[in-house]
Design a protein around this ligand. Sequence first.
Ligand code: 13P
Length: 345
Amino acid sequence: MNIDELKSLATAIVAEHKGVLAADESGPTIKKRFDSVKLESTEETRRRYREILFTTRGIEQAIGGVILFDETLRQATGDGIPFAELLSRRGIMPGIKVDQGAKALALHSGNKITEGLDGLRERLAEYKQLGAKFAKWRAVIEIDEHDIPSAYAIRANAHALARYAALCQEAGIVPIVEPEVLMDGAHGIERCKAVTSQVLEAVFSELDAHGVVFEAMLLKPNMVIPGKKCVRRASEQEVAEATIHCLANYVPAAVPGIVFLSGGQSPEDATGHLNAMNMRGPHPWQLSFSYGRALQEPVLATWKGLESNVVAAQMAFLKRCLLNGLARAGTYTRDMEATDFQSLK
Ligand code: 13P
């Protein structure tokens, strides 16, 4: 492992104005997304959709890395250029989701544990051959107002994240460590903050115990936000303040970047919250994005599987990329949503 190389890769992914596109939906998840626009999920529709995303002109201004799913890493453009090579040529780093999904945690009803450590060393070696520079593992932390998550579920997920991260660094791949406290449920922002704090404390304690080099990883957390069913909504400023306070207490300054997931926020809210946090900077780490839905929802809703919609879908994608690029600097405003985005370029 060349740790200096990993450090510079991690830093490059979150270079100025840049963040990550999460395009690593598993088979069942991409089917759910395609169902929403009545599009059949086949190997070819999935390939074509990812091709539309990755060939959008101009995204390299705001996208430093793309997380791929196993199938996508093995796919290519219509002209036969492997996606990993296409992205690399454009200065965008290809990454790979390596976990194998969250399952029920035995004897801890309502809690989940992410699987995928068996054989991971061998899979990482193959992914590196295929061009992956970084990886992602998502721990799913269920939350309610009382006793979920259990302390054991937090510990078990933190331990798995640390084993994954150590294997990545050993293989010369930058780990993105993703402990996601879900947005589902009726809990308030304070409960989200308390659980997110416990989770981050456990995650960094395990990462440290496993010898993971903080400078050579990225953290992908949820924002501190009320549950979707909570009646008391939080303002943009409240979310920014609670999230930064939580991160400042639990994330070592040695970590080069924090790339938030969007978790079910609207694209505009995800951009607005990131912007509000960066307006309060400077921070010890780069505050950036690794959005799936918040970057892709408008693209899929525009494309709908029709070739005649490809140009408009790519424009919708470029617009979200550039607006999030501005949010990285704290210079986004909501009225930009209505302006001609060509002026943002
Ligand atoms: P969302 O931004 O849609 O939450 O997806 C990010 C992600 O990669 C979840 O693992």
